[in-house]
Design a protein around this ligand. Structure first.
Ligand code: NDP
Length: 333
């Protein structure tokens, strides 16, 4: 089956990762790109071998694309997704789905009513490392899960030091950028939902306009598991990692909170240490969902959960109190 994709947004992430990921799917074609600037649309299309360059949403949605990938700045996702859904196009939207959980829920509701596939690009779910961790936990290899630590504080590359650190109205800040990923990855790996969060945020010298560039969150899950996550833009040498500790074993993953298919996962139990092996997936599940086979690896509901969780973390940092994450507001359990 051929799937013709339209890119909404001439973005870095599409250029670096998603265009290739689409093209490696059988039948995956990039048919068009939309940028708000006609010149950038044309140069981006030329540089990336895309046949059609447009500068309005109507032109993109009026073309014969089957699906759109939205990777504009965050404040534009809602309106663009609703328009695409209305035009009958399937939607893979970048995280955060919108600026608020309430807006993200509108997207989910509209997609459901229209019979449209809506996915959230929480790519970490596709990483073999996180799948291997999830499978080990589900198979009981660490016994009863007790706690997790997520190390996801990085140095924001200079070419990305734009709206993320200067424009609150565009949905900047490390919580909407990275905490959403951590909330989603924890949900995915445990198969459990966070019900409460307590967070501190900071402005450590990079972000302006009142935006945060560092956050530490403590999460409580439905099962009783507690987790901590550290997100940042300003730490050059921290490295990333993810640890899950259970009654009978621990999973120690290094370099896995990244867009690249790298990293290692060690399982440590009374039997000793074992390096887990894993492979990599990409947009395979989204294409399968378009054929009516299953769902995207992260659905719209998953995007609502991660955004509602991040929103609660921001509220906690502001109020100095822990904040409940309402599962009814956050989507399905
Ligand atoms: P970019 O800053 O590269 O792109 C965002 C928008 O900025 C583009 O849509 C484009 O507008 C405009 N833009 C890009 N380059 C230029 C330029 N040289 N001059 C002027 N304007 C420019 O953002 P990212 O690719 O980093 O992020 C886009 C989205 O993807 C965000 O929602 C982000 O959260 C998400 N993201 C997700 C990741 C993940 O891990 N899943 C990783 C990285 C980003 P126009 O289209 O109008 O030309």
């Amino acid at each position: 089956m051929t799937v013709k994709w339209g890119l909404i947004g001439a973005s870095t992430i599409a250029r670096q990762f998603v265009i290739n990921a689409i093209r490696t799917q059988a039948g995956g074609e990039i048919a068009a790109v939309m940028s708000s600037s006609p010149e950038r649309a044309t140069s981006y299309a030329r540089e990336n071998g895309i046949p059609l360059a447009v500068s309005t949403l109507d032109d993109l949605l009026g073309s014969d694309v089957d699906a759109v990938y939205i990777s504009t700045t965050n404040e534009l996702h809602l309106e663009q997704a609703l328009a695409a859904i209305k035009a009958g196009k399937h939607v893979l939207c970048e995280k955060p789905l919108a600026l608020t959980g309430a807006d993200a829920r509108k997207m989910v509701a509209a997609a459901k009513a229209a019979g449209i596939v809506l996915g959230t690009n929480h790519h970490l779910r596709n990483a073999g490392s996180h799948r291997a961790m999830r499978d080990s936990i589900a198979a009981g290899r660490i016994g009863k899960p007790i706690a997790a630590r997520v190390f996801h504080s990085v140095y924001l590359p200079e070419n990305l030091q734009g709206w993320r650190i200067t424009r609150p109205e565009a949905g900047g800040g490390v919580v909407l950028d990275i905490t959403v990923h951590d909330a989603d990855t924890l949900r995915f790996v445990f198969g459990d939902d966070p019900l409460e969060v307590s967070a501190f945020t900071q402005s450590a010298g990079m972000a302006a306009g009142g935006l945060e560039d560092g956050a530490m969150c403590i999460w409580r899950f439905r099962s009783g598991v507690i987790a901590q996550s550290h997100e940042g833009f300003t730490t050059k040498f921290a490295g990333t990692g993810f640890e899950v500790h259970g009654s009978e074993g621990s999973l120690i993953a290094k370099d896995v909170m990244t867009q690249k298919p790298i990293g290692s996962v060690l399982l440590r139990t009374a039997q000793g240490e074992e390096e887990l092996s894993f492979d990599v997936r990409s947009l395979r599940q989204f294409h399968a969902a378009l054929r009516g086979e299953g769902q995207p690896s992260a659905t719209g509901e998953d995007g609502v959960w991660s955004l509602t969780s991040a929103e609660a973390a921001l509220q906690s940092a502001k109020s100095g109190k822990s904040v409940a994450i309402d599962p009814k507001l956050g989507g399905a359990g």
